[in-house]
Design a protein around this ligand. Structure first.
Ligand code: COA
Length: 189
């Protein structure tokens, strides 16, 4: 993703995350951290017939990756685009020597959770009221070990109780430094 992709990405962003869409400034700010030898961000877009149909972003800091956002246009759902975007992020995590990758996902976003489970992400906790407005909890998921993996075949979702304590909802996000619960600062992945 480059700066000239931000406007079409924003159009998708507002369609797919109507309640807590990232602002133009947030994309600009993150893209500024995606270039150069000390880059801590990796952003990618997917194009089809000259149109941007998906995008995703990863933060990689001190050996930990964090899926900041991942989204596919509605007419692409179920085509494998979400899987390709996530594969790209995990390859970037490997390139950044990440030993784990974390993400937050709305507890009611079962479609995204299925995608993450196929890649081996496991639930490790909740962040209460992470998504505002709406006061929706986030499920925190983690993928450990070599980041770039082939997704397992779809199988029944693992609905185990979290094994480790969740981060307190008031903690700043470890990658973005943003305190959760402020509109527009939540991660989308
Ligand atoms: C989350 C999101 C990216 C997932 O996209 P998706 O279309 O479900 O994911 P994929 O493109 O990998 O498609 C997976 C499904 O397509 C099927 N599929 C078809 N062809 C496929 C292929 N070539 N490769 C992989 N899967 C394929 C899979 O079996 C799977 O089916 P299932 O969902 O019934 O198990 C998408 O729904 C989205 O953008 N949602 C809105 C934004 C959002 O919620 N983002 C996540 C925030 S945490």
């Amino acid at each position: 993703m480059r700066w000239w992709d931000i406007e079409p990405v924003l159009a998708l962003e507002h369609d797919l995350f109507p309640e807590d869409a990232w602002s133009r400034g947030m994309f600009w700010s993150d893209l500024a951290q995606a270039r150069g030898p000390r880059a801590t961000r990796h952003y990618v877009v997917a194009e089809a017939a000259g149109r941007i149909v998906g995008y995703a972003g990863l933060a990689a800091i001190d050996g930990t990756g964090d899926v900041l956002t991942i989204a596919a246009a509605r007419d692409q759902w179920g085509t494998g685009l979400g899987s390709r975007l996530l594969t790209d992020l995990l390859q970037a995590a490997t390139a950044h020597d990440c030993h784990e990758v974390l993400l937050e996902v709305r507890v009611d976003n079962t479609r995204a959770q299925r995608l993450y489970e196929r890649f081996g992400f496991e639930p490790i906790g909740f962040r209460r009221g992470y998504y505002q407005p709406g006061n929706v909890d986030a499920l925190v998921m983690r993928l450990s070990g070599p980041a770039a993996q082939t997704p397992a075949r779809p199988e029944p979702a693992d609905r185990r109780e979290p094994q480790t304590p969740p981060r307190p909802a008031s903690d700043p996000h470890p990658m973005t430094g943003h305190a959760p619960g402020t509109q527009g600062t939540q991660t989308h992945g």
